[in-house]
Design a protein around this ligand. Structure first.
Ligand SMILES: NC(=O)c1ccc[n+]([C@@H]2O[C@H](COP(=O)([O-])OP(=O)(O)OC[C@H]3O[C@@H](n4cnc5c(N)ncnc54)[C@H](O)[C@@H]3O)[C@@H](O)[C@H]2O)c1
Length: 413
């Protein structure tokens, strides 16, 4: 098995999750990291865990010279400049076989198009990291239901939700840097997961054609004076000035181009889910069958009493975005695998070694960006958008949501 030498750009939350996942991936080494913060810590983790002789590099160009593939695990607002630097490094001789980009691909459709063009000009394979499509629970459900789907008919309603109590770093909360609120940050997951679940088994990921979208954005918790102040104190982001949505929901209708059948994806996302921690929920209904995934249900429960709670080292070892360190805790002992990180890394490794795009490439990421942005536009207009209308698609090409422009007060307050 040929080994792929990986380099990470960014050493924050998601880079650390991927490093944990890499412990479970064969024939991939973490050989370098470049980041403004936390690079040394990540390199230390990589060495301590046998992931590779990971070195810290001072810039993108130096990192690219030493790797077969690089992963962009830096914030949304530096995507374009980082990918431009990667492409420059390739022009200067770096022999990259692939570039990985975390979700969301981009903050606007125009940015997404620029990223796709950069990669295609450089003739480099791409991977768009949407971990939920790689979740073993979803893949397992679809494998189990394959024969049922063939005899009964495809899934016609998929519900998908990703919710937690709010992001860890200030930039996520700032809509002008992040690209919006929870719809941009996590709606991209739920839209992708439900589109995938609805797709008849064996068909390409964009087989079902988006027909229409109706979405709502709202500020349910973090716009209230008490919590707005708490957010300002903690992150420096002022939702009295530049609010972003902490809740979104919507429904997308897709059409099967072979049969004409219409199917629906319902998505819901929030940053005000004050339960134990992150919850992913997927539900799919077909004629005579169904499945449900709830990531808060674990075979492992841990109980910590009030008197014992002060001895707890780190609540987040139980669950991503954990909010409690006592009581009955839901604990997921292998979150990197549960959420699909292990399998998306395996997929990218084997695709790049074989000279191909990953299962999900940047063109696919751009389709998700279009749907997310269409969600913002629908919420602003308070109406259902016809996604088959060329005028709507044209409008999306140059669209930046009011929320991402820092004018969220016009629709959220
Ligand atoms: N798949 C998922 O569920 C998931 C979860 C979290 C984050 N993400 C995505 O991953 C990306 C990173 O998020 P995060 O939570 O790790 O953020 P973070 O803020 O925790 O870490 C960002 C890292 O990037 C570095 N960085 C910032 N600007 C840089 C620059 N110009 N050059 C080099 N390094 C730079 C920072 O120093 C830091 O090391 C985001 O796009 C986010 O949407 C995905």
């Amino acid at each position: 098995m040929e080994t792929l030498k990986l380099g990470f750009i960014g050493a924050g939350f998601v880079a650390n999750f991927h490093a944990a996942a890499l412990k479970q991936v064969r024939a991939a080494e973490l050989v370098g990291v470049y980041a403004l913060k936390w690079a040394e810590e990540l390199a230390k983790f990589a060495k301590a865990n046998g992931l590779g002789d990971c070195k810290v590099y001072p810039n993108v160009a130096e990192l690219c010279k030493r790797c077969d593939a690089v992963a962009v695990f830096a914030p949304n607002f530096v995507r374009i400049e980082l990918v431009e630097q990667i492409v420059e490094a390739m022009k200067a001789g770096a022999e990259l076989r692939g570039i990985i980009c975390e979700k969301p691909l981009a903050r606007t459709v125009a940015e997404g198009r620029r990223l796709v063009a950069l990669a295609r000009e450089a003739k480099v394979a791409t991977a768009y990291f949407e971990n939920q499509i790689h979740m073993k629970a979803i893949r397992g459900a679809l494998a189990q239901l394959g024969p049922v789907q063939k005899s009964m008919g495809p899934i016609s309603l998929a519900r998908s939700a990703e919710e937690h109590a709010g992001p860890h770093e200030p930039w996520f909360w700032d809509p002008t840097r992040q690209g919006g609120g929870v719809l941009c940050d996590m709606g991209c997951h739920s839209i992708a997961a439900s589109w995938f679940v609805l797709t008849p088994i064996g068909k390409p990921v964009t087989f079902l054609e988006p027909v229409s979208i109706n979405a709502e954005t709202a500020l349910l918790k973090w716009g209230q004076p008490k919590y707005r102040q708490e957010l300002l104190d903690r992150t420096g982001v002022d939702y009295a000035q530049t609010p972003a949505e902490d809740f979104c929901t919507g429904i997308i209708t897709f059409r099967n181009p072979e049969t004409g059948q219409l199917v629906k994806a319902q998505f819901s996302n929030s940053w005000m889910y004050d339960k134990q921690g992150l919850r992913l929920l997927m539900e799919a209904l077909g004629p005579g069958y169904a499945f449900e995934v709830n990531s808060l249900r674990s075979p492992l429960e841990v109980f910590i009493s009030d008197s014992a709670a002060e001895a707890v080292a780190d609540a987040e070892t139980a669950l991503e975005k954990a909010t409690a360190s006592r009581g009955l805790l839901a604990v997921q002992p292998n979150e990197a695998d549960l959420y699909g990180y292990v399998d998306e890394l395996k997929d990218a490794r084997s695709a790049f070694v074989g000279g191909k795009d990953a299962f999900l490439n940047w063109e696919y990421g751009l389709e998700i960006t279009k749907l997310v942005q269409a969600g913002y536009l629908s919420a602003e207009r308070r109406k259902t958008l016809d996604l088959t209308d060329p005028a709507v698609q044209q409008e999306l090409d140059s669209y930046t949501s009011l929320i991402a422009q820092g004018k969220g007060a016009e629709i959220l307050m």
